[in-house]
Design a protein around this ligand. Sequence first.
Ligand code: FAD
Length: 381
Amino acid sequence: MKSTPHVAVVGAGAFGGWTALQLVERGARVTLLDAWGPGNSRASSGGETRIMRGTYGPDQPYTALAARALKLWGKYERRWKRQFLHRTGVLWMVSSRDDAYERGSLAELRQAGIKFQELSASQMRKRWPQINFTDVHWGIYEPECGYLDARESCQAVLHAFLGQGGAYRQVAVLNHGLEDAPLSGLALSDGSRLKADRYVFACGPWLGNLFPETLGDVIRSTKQDIFFFGPAAGDSRFTDAHLPVWGDHLSSGRGGRFFYGIPGSDHRGFKVADDTRGTAFDPNYGERVVSPATLKRVREYVAFRFPAMKDAPLIETRVCQYEQTADSDFIVDRHPRMENVWLLGGGSGHGFKHGPALGKMMAEAILGDRELDKIWRLQRF
Ligand SMILES: Cc1cc2nc3c(=O)[nH]c(=O)nc-3n(C[C@H](O)[C@H](O)[C@H](O)COP(=O)(O)OP(=O)(O)OC[C@H]3O[C@@H](n4cnc5c(N)ncnc54)[C@H](O)[C@@H]3O)c2cc1C
């Protein structure tokens, strides 16, 4: 009979939380540790919402992963009788003449079984008159996607994990000797030590600090400013009742940047962000204040694409960080010198939606039931 391993999972964000849950569901003994709690305000999984989409360009693993995640989000929603995915649809606007990314996405969506529609500019104009479609040649609409509750779903995952018999401790793992093979245990901020058979580190933007030798140059933490604008009282055109989640890759003539947004939800504002990678950001001590230059750029964009929102006041802001790898691909691998230590991270601004599928994949790998995909190995750097 196989003995039950004790797995320590460090980090209760979208990656670690789902991994811990899927491990206990498979019978492992799991201790989950987090310095500040699931979806805390410093974590990359913090804040209210994240986009769930399948459009990802050609030849990549993420559309298929998103399709698996989509099914799992649905499964857990039914199991827990709670909604996390708000199926507003996702609209991807194509402005650039070079639309290889979007054209290449279609076959991937088809193959993964994620529903989509190709829309012409005139179809979009008719359907969403509150958007100015100048420069937009065509669009991809994913009707079964939308936005996910971020912090709330991380907390629900912890709740389910505890319900399945998992153990959780709100303590920090100190970066003492984590790369000294073999790992003999974890030194914790409360002065205690934790010894396990296998270890998973899903510490988002903190991974480089914990593993400076292996990940110090591999994960870069970048400052990302998020803005919430307030529509006029009673104007529901910019809420999730009337607008999908959207992504907008502007043509080079308009700066070529990628903007995205989530319509007003839960009585909060209309969320808009510029996806351009920001300056280096310290997830521990960085002050979470948005930059006036980014606000100016975002306001100009909003005035162009959503003209009725031109003078809408800024009602809330948030600063998060991407845990960015050089190729924007994740890191899902063992530590190069330690067979029983797994590193999971590098979400690079698009990891949240994949949490349940990545967690399942990790749990199967850690318990020895599958090999990890080569594309996410550290060797590539
Ligand atoms: C502004 C923004 C917008 C985004 N938009 C999207 C989107 O629309 N769709 C999408 O799919 N993804 C999106 N992402 C990316 C996604 O949110 C992240 O990739 C994902 O949440 C990363 O999860 P994680 O678990 O790896 O990291 P985190 O959520 O950062 O979790 C790491 C956890 O580890 C804990 N920790 C760190 N160090 C220690 C330690 N020493 N000891 C104990 N605990 C520790 C932290 O407290 C934290 O809770 C976005 C990210 C940002 C910042």
